[in-house]
Design a protein around this ligand. Structure first.
Ligand code: HAM
Length: 426
């Protein structure tokens, strides 16, 4: 009995949440270096925003949105992705009027009512970036480089980059006709999903994992590109090579959202059951205008953080740092107990992570607690020591114990931490 979390949601508990903090801090640091600034948009928006941007016939809009009518009789939707909200905000706040390009990033929860499987949740988290205001393919390459740098610096191995050009809407319409000519005679041979996709979004059929055997000799969108798309794609490849970002071209790569033009890309890695895509993105030159803004181009990406964290765990990647407790204070006696309260607070104000016992436990149990917390120091204060204005400090890694004047405790701990970091760095 009692309550349980809803299907497709997760609790991130102390012990594993540190990995999330690490991944998020890496994302922020990389954005700082690439000059992307944070934007925070609402977690729900009007349903129509997603219908217009993500596309009426996509799986996301047709089947996966958390949509409800609020008490003011508006149809609202929990954001299934981040791009639409950012673009809405870009238009509403007239960010396009500024002289510099708009380069934004976000980290936060997204919601899709999907079938549960490894790596697929109903509330999941994305790290996303959106760069608005330029058509330069160097910007597409920068976004891909940012994503690749993220995976590399969090320590993931075996991440590959696949790129494609999905052209302009006109290019896609022409390609669609060619593709339908190829697919129609095979309709009966294809899986159920593909049979329905042929009518709704035939480009996605080529992406099907089950039916690949039937697609030999299928037309390639890269042969249908017009001159502008072709030169954009060529320049993108050049920029990626200049930055030593390894990539492969996958002419069958089609993204699940409708707004893409020109560049589409995905990051892939093995190890999460049937899922191999861990992040993706692309250019969306028509999107800003489609939702009522000026004709401004954009390019961005969304990286799934659950998938990143799962792979980091599977690959056994160690965290650089655990934010543990520096010192555990043990009080022996009533007067010492009061002094420990004061001391604890003063250490914390000096930036030291400190803890004490609140359960009236014996010294032995308190020392056990310190061990469990993997503290670097234990400081023991008895009433005698208190009278002398001293405290005994034990360094847990060496077992070394010394007596330190009370007013020097913070300095000694800070100094020891600095020496420690320097030694580790050698
Ligand atoms: P997306 O491909 O729909 O793109 O999602 C990006 C990433 O979010 C996926 O590669 C995956 O890692 C993660 N993801 C998606 N759905 C789930 C789920 N149900 N459970 C766990 N992870 C999931 C977008 O959302 C675009 N907004 C990306 C973008 C930004 N394109 C341009 N700018």
């Amino acid at each position: 009995m009692g309550f349980q979390k809803l299907p497709g949601t997760q609790d991130f508990l102390p012990g594993s949440v540190e990995r999330w903090q690490f991944v998020e801090s890496k994302a922020r640091d990389i954005c700082r270096r690439f000059n992307f600034r944070e934007i925070r948009t609402p977690i729900f928006e009007s349903t129509e925003l997603y219908q217009r941007s993500v596309g009426e016939t996509t799986d996301v809009v047709e089947k996966e949105m958390y949509t409800f009518t609020d008490r003011g009789n508006r149809s609202v939707t929990l954001r299934p992705e981040g791009t639409a909200g950012v673009v809405r905000s870009f238009v509403e706040n007239k960010l396009y009027g500024e002289p510099e390009l708009t380069k934004l990033y976000y980290i936060g929860p997204m919601f899709r009512y999907e079938r549960q499987q490894a790596g697929r949740y109903r509330q999941f988290h994305q790290f996303g970036v959106e760069a608005l205001g330029a058509v330069d393919p160097a910007l597409d390459a920068e976004v891909i480089a940012l994503g690749y740098t993220f995976y590399t610096e969090v320590g993931l191995k075996g991440v590959s980059v696949e790129i494609n050009s999905v052209g302009t809407p006109a290019v896609r319409a022409a390609f669609r006709d060619r593709l339908l000519e190829f697919l129609e005679p095979k309709r009966e041979l294809l899986c159920k999903d593909c049979q329905s996709r042929i009518d709704r979004n035939p480009l996605r059929v080529l992406d099907c994992k089950v039916d690949q055997a039937h697609f030999e000799g299928a037309p390639s969108i890269l042969d249908s590109l017009d001159e502008e798309c072709r030169s954009h794609f060529k320049a993108l490849k050049g920029h990626l090579m200049d930055m030593n970002i390894p990539f492969t071209i996958n002419p069958r790569l089609v993204r699940g959202l409708d707004y893409y033009t020109h560049t589409a890309f995905e990051f892939k890695a093995e190890g999460i059951g049937a899922i191999d895509t861990i992040g993706g993105g692309g250019r969306y030159n028509g999107l800003v205008a489609d939702i009522g803004g000026p004709d401004q181009p954009g390019v961005g990406l969304g990286l799934g953080l659950e998938r990143t964290v799962i792979l980091l765990e599977k690959q056994g990647v160690e965290l650089d740092s655990l934010n543990g407790v520096d010192v555990y204070l043990v009080a022996l006696g009533e007067a010492a107990d009061r002094e420990v309260t004061r001391l604890l607070h003063s250490l914390r104000l000096r930036g030291i992570a400190a803890e004490r016992d609140y359960q009236g436990r014996k010294m032995k149990a308190q020392m056990k607690s310190a061990d469990r917390l993997q503290v670097r120091f234990t400081a023991i204060l008895g009433d005698d020591e208190l009278q002398r204005g001293e405290i005994s400090l034990k360094q847990m890694s060496t077992g070394e114990q010394r007596v330190v004047p009370l007013h020097e405790l913070a300095d000694v701990i800070i100094k020891a931490s600095i020496t420690n970091i320097n030694n580790e760095g050698v």
